[in-house]
Design a protein around this ligand. Structure first.
Ligand code: DQA
Length: 141
């Protein structure tokens, strides 16, 4: 399996950013973890992060033919980016949405995901394990 691991705005700040919520692992450490996890499962994982909505959309558009699945944490775009939803719906590459934190236990504006309807499912609140759980789900299919 070839995975595209797509992380949205502020996720490059992992490790420094509100560690009580998002954990102490840095973005680079997360990428190394997921790349190794993929290799251990006869797969590959390309990790991409952007703070820009259009760049995330461009990466989603480039996925067909290159990747078997997308694991996406759209960050705050989760809550209002209909453009990312439309991109996910446009490409038809199976995507799993991941959130490090339990968005349902937090501020009300985080409870709604407008991007989740473009995904096979959503995992939240499991920290970095959520990305591995998403990959395991895809591998099990
Ligand atoms: C997040 C949750 C979002 O509400 C927030 O804006 C993020 C990270 C998470 O991984 O828990 O940037 O997607």
């Amino acid at each position: 399996m070839k995975f595209l691991i797509l992380n949205g705005p502020n996720l490059n700040m992992l490790g420094k950013r509100e560690p009580g919520i998002y954990g102490s692992e840095s973005y680079d450490e997360l990428c190394r973890r997921l790349e190794s996890f993929a290799v251990a499962h006869d797969s590959t994982a390309d990790c991409v992060q952007s703070n820009c909505e259009g760049e995330l959309i461009d990466h989603i558009h480039s996925a067909p033919g290159r990747y078997d699945a997308i694991v996406i944490n759209p960050g705050a775009y989760t809550h209002y980016s209909y453009a990312i939803l439309d991109a996910l719906l446009a490409v038809g590459v199976p995507a799993v949405e991941v959130h490090l934190s339990n968005i349902h236990k937090r501020e009300e504006f985080r409870h709604r995901s407008v991007t989740a309807p473009g995904c096979v499912g959503q995992i939240c609140g499991l920290g970095v394990f959520g990305y591995e759980a998403a990959m395991l789900y895809v591998l099990s299919r």
